[in-house]
Design a protein around this ligand. Structure first.
Ligand code: AMP
Ligand code: ZN
Length: 500
């Protein structure tokens, strides 16, 4: 099967065929750094991370760009309230946002572009839009996009445009579908609302050079960012569903009016995050940031919470709403603990294998380096199923089901001690390759279960002491092994060492 993507543009599943370029170009809308990101925002970045990781896992070369909306209504408003400069204010929250991404093992975009660095590009685009008749200068020095000029307006957001276009203009960055109107590309400087925050563009209008103070609108920011880093066309554009209208619709109107080409081939949108099935809001008291949920579960290590939150997102169809509850988070923590135990068991099994193998050889069973045909077939089947799930429009929930089936298969086979060393290693390799998408497994646990040489030596010395019936010395050595964090369990022939 080939990769299928649900394209918001067609509202259908489509077979992914990248534009013929050196890499798949993926863009997603970045944060508006006016506060800490909430877990709904982070859910959007998790889904985008799964998509990008899956593309790479499937063998595509991928280039990613994310903007940072450091100029918008909210950053300007709240930076002034805080008494800090816009730069200082937005850099602080951008840093906090990137820290959240790191904690959730979300790979940072190859290019992270604060919009304040792209004013010149925006000026150029606005100038072209005016030249081509898609934009006009208003009396106050603002520039608006003329929605009625773009015949395909509403196609992406699936709006019925009949009778909708009015001559009304809208200044806000965010507005509702029933407010379709000419939107601002450039907002004239207004000291009352903008304070000291103003930028300047110099553009030619009807052969006359105009110098305009003001600030860009939100939508032109993403069009300019895409154009600057990717050129006219990209493969995939992503964002939360709330970005579909007006933001993404307006990006299409701007970019396609200029280039005459399809802007993004595929549009992907993530569903909303709800808390206890309700919209998250400060007034309802169900509004959480990542540090909030860590703080609320103080008895659980932070890294476990973060891995569990990531797992919750994996276990959710990205297009559907994501219902966050603390019960589900706790269940996620338990699942992660089970996966950690699996890795530890594998580590223990691998270090125990020489002893198991010696017994096996004496019984003429499977040899140390053998890989049985049955094992190979199982591995191939598991890998195939995992890939097929992801190829069905990034069905990470389905892929997780395969992981859990694999987990019980490994656990029962380890119970029966049937894997050879090569087989055990190949299990670790397969889990590592899946983890390139999931990024929830901790392979350092494999090493931590390896028996240190010092412990091995003590165990041998204790076995010798027992043989010589020096019980006192044998007990002393067992205690020493225990104090070093290991448990020595005597068996009929030999012993097992387990980490406490
Ligand atoms: P913003 O910082 O508001 O520009 O949003 C950043 C990202 O979070 C965008 O992709 C939004 O679509 C997404 N987003 C915002 N609120 C939610 C939510 N409650 N659930 C899921 N995604 C959201
Ligand atoms: Zn955007």
């Amino acid at each position: 099967m080939a990769l299928q993507i649900y394209n918001t543009l067609s509202r259908e599943l489509e077979t992914f065929k990248p534009l013929k370029q050196e890499a798949v170009k993926v863009y997603y809308c970045g944060p508006t750094p006016y506060n800490y990101a909430h877990i709904g925002n982070l859910r959007a970045y998790l889904f985008e991370d799964f998509v990008i990781r899956t593309l790479r896992f499937l063998g595509y070369r991928v280039k990613t760009v994310m903007n940072v909306t450091d100029i918008d209504d909210k950053t300007i408003r709240d930076s002034q309230k805080s008494g800090k400069s816009l730069k200082e204010f937005t850099e602080f929250y951008t840093e906090a946002f990137l820290t959240d991404l790191d904690k959730l093992s979300i790979i940072r975009a190859d290019t992270i572009a604060p919009i304040s660095g792209l004013i010149e590009e925006m000026g150029k685009m606005i100038e072209w839009l005016i030249k081509k008749g898609y934009a006009y200068l208003a009396d106050d020095g603002s520039i608006y996009y003329s929605v009625s000029k773009f015949k395909k307006y509403g196609k992406l957001a699936h709006l019925d445009m009949k009778g909708m276009i009015t001559s009304v203009r809208i200044d806000n960055d965010e507005y509702e579908k029933d407010q379709v109107a000419d939107f601002a590309l450039w907002k004239a400087y207004d000291k009352a609302s903008d304070g000291e925050n103003k930028w300047n563009i110099e553009i030619m209008i009807d052969g006359e050079k105009k110098s305009l103070d003001g600030r860009p609108g939100w939508h032109i920011e993403c069009s300019a960012c895409n154009y600057r880093y990717f050129g006219e066309q990209i493969d995939i554009h992503m964002g939360g569903i709330d970005n579909l209208f007006p933001h993404h619709q307006n990006e299409v109107a701007q970019t396609e009016a200029l280039t005459g080409k399809q802007f993004s081939k595929y549009w992907m949108h993530g569903g909303h995050l709800l808390v206890d099935n309700k919209k998250m809001s400060k007034s309802a008291g169900n509004f959480y940031t990542l540090p909030d949920i860590i703080e609320k579960q103080k008895n659980i290590p932070e890294v476990l919470i973060c891995r569990a939150f990531r797992l919750m997102a994996l276990q959710n169809n990205y297009r559907e709403n994501f219902n966050f509850t603390f019960d589900r988070l706790t269940a996620g923590v338990n699942t992660i603990r089970g996966l950690d135990e699996l890795i530890k068991r594998l580590g223990r099994y691998i270090s125990k294998l020489p002893a198991i193998d010696a017994t096996r050889n004496s019984h003429g069973k499977l040899k140390f380096h053998d890989i049985s045909r049955e094992f190979r077939e199982n591995q191939q089947a598991f890998m195939q199923e995992f890939i097929e799930k992801l190829e069905e429009n990034f069905d990470t929930l389905g892929a997780m089901t395969i992981l859990f089936e694999y987990q019980s298969y490994i656990n029962s086979a380890i119970d029966e001690e049937i894997f050879s060393i090569e087989e055990a290693k190949s299990i670790v390799d397969l889990l590592k390759s899946w983890n390139e998408v999931m990024s929830i497994l901790d392979f350092s646990l494999l090493e931590s279960e390896k028996i240190p040489e010092e412990i091995e030596k003590l165990a041998e010395a204790r076995a010798l002491a027992k043989k010589l019936k020096d019980w006192h010395e044998a007990d002393r050595m067992r205690d020493e092994i225990t104090s070093l964090g290991w448990k020595m369990i005597d068996e009929k022939e030999g012993w097992i060492l387990e980490k406490i």
